[in-house]
Design a protein around this ligand. Structure first.
Ligand code: PLP
Length: 405
């Protein structure tokens, strides 16, 4: 029986040719392709500046460390997210504060409000499945006088910011829009992931896009972070290449997380066809799922569009009404036995050993648990055909029937 995978990357001749060209150009580490990818991302999403790095994880950790986040600080992250969002905060030694979900998978503004203290420096909302978080709502909260007056800066950059910084986990939401703004221009800083399963992939990769208040100069922030991501070295490989320009300084004991031009070569192809091919295709596939599944009263469909937002259609996050976790797991096993791969987004952070050991309890995030327990993500990727979507829905419906009757 043919197996329908969950989310293979789109690898066609265009991608293979672009990678070949990059290899044959003789320049394979950070160079002209990476710089072009950065400026094209900024242009596409309306950010002031973009820095490409080797993953979302390293990009966001680099930013948090540069911003002076460490022991004594608090960073608010939703309980309902991928482990990367929480792990990077734990690496810095800051205290990770988990906000609960609300009616939807996204963190509830009211829960975020209850998490804010004088130690809060950064809030990291997650655009789950590609649906953009309510950033305008969060900025209004941060503008409330009693929230503003709580803020205490712990570094020069934090002082310039003068309030809690919003760092969007946009690993899923490249191309998503809310109130006329694209992901990348909705928060102070936006972290993108170009990992193999994401909408736009460079195999592995990530980026930080900046839309900072004018007191923080995005160009300056960009160049400081680019240096910190390359051993704190004042010259990158490209500028050291000029004949005789060998001398450089190390101004911080930096990290090593730059993007290669081979990765950027993939990214440039994917970005060029993102609006014309990737997003319309994912939208059409999601609508086809909606059409098939809306006929079942057990199906709670994901909401990808409304008057004020549109998603990047990263995940088709279906929920089965009224089932428990064990029934969900049985449905997934039944689908797998019939050649359909599905997935679960996400196991809330407190359910993992590493987080339990650090004192987090799922009882404190009941809505995140509720979002997780009956969720099944269906296959969604560029090459998925209408016929395969039909198969997925038939196999799923039979599995639900078998497990729930
Ligand atoms: C994939 C993902 C990340 C991590 O991205 P990497 O590029 O693999 O580091 C972070 N957050 C969320 C929500 C993700 O899905």
């Amino acid at each position: 029986m043919p197996v329908i995978p969950f989310s293979p990357p789109r690898i066609d001749d265009k991608i293979v040719d672009a990678v070949n060209e990059a290899l044959r150009s003789g320049w394979i580490t950070t160079g002209p392709r990476t710089k072009r990818f950065e400026s094209e991302i900024s242009r596409y999403c309306g950010a002031d500046k973009t820095l490409c790095l080797n993953s979302w994880t390293n990009a966001v950790e680099l930013f948090l460390r540069w911003y002076g986040i460490g022991p004594g600080d608090e960073v608010i992250v939703p309980a309902y997210t991928y482990a990367a969002t929480g792990n990077v905060v734990l690496h810095t030694g800051a205290k990770l504060i988990l906000a609960d979900s609300g009616e939807t998978a996204l963190a509830a503004i009211e829960s975020i409000r209850s998490c804010i203290t004088e130690r809060t420096k950064v809030i990291m909302p997650v655009d789950i499945g590609g649906v953009p978080f309510d950033y305008p709502g969060l900025y209004s909260l941060l503008d409330e006088p009693d929230i503003r007056s709580k803020f205490v800066a712990g570094s020069t950059w934090q002082e310039k910011m003068g309030r809690i910084l919003v760092l969007a986990d946009a690993a899923h939401s490249f191309g998503a829009k809310r109130e006329g703004r694209l992901s990348g221009a909705m928060a102070d800083v936006t972290g993108f992931s170009f990992h193999a399963v994401k909408n736009l992939s460079t195999a592995e990769g990530g980026a930080l896009s900046f839309k900072l208040p004018s007191a923080l100069d995005s160009d300056k922030v960009y160049s400081e972070l680019a240096i910190l991501g390359l051993h704190g070295q004042t010259k990158d490989a490209l500028s050291k290449m000029q004949a005789g320009a060998w001398r450089y300084d190390i101004i911080h004991p930096g990290y090593k997380c730059n993007m290669t031009d081979i990765q950027a070569a993939l990214g440039l192809v994917e970005l060029e066809r993102y609006e014309t091919e990737t997003l319309p295709r994912r939208r059409a596939q999601s609508l086809l799922y909606d059409m098939y599944l809306s006929g079942f009263d057990w199906a709670e469909l994901p909401r990808h569009e409304a008057l004020d937002y549109s998603s990047s259609w990263h995940l088709y996050m279906l929920r089965i009404k009224g089932i428990e976790e064990s029934q969900r797991d049985a449905i997934i096993a039944e689908c797998a036995a019939n050649g359909v791969s599905t997935n679960v987004h996400f196991v809330p952070l407190p359910m993992f050993t590493a987080y339990r050991e650090r004192g987090y309890r799922i009882e404190d995030s009941p809505e995140a648990y509720r979002q997780y327990a009956n969720e099944i993500s269906l296959p969604l990727y560029y090459d998925l055909t209408g016929e395969q979507i039909d198969t997925v829905c038939r196999v799923l419906a039979a599995a639900v029937e078998k497990v729930c009757s």
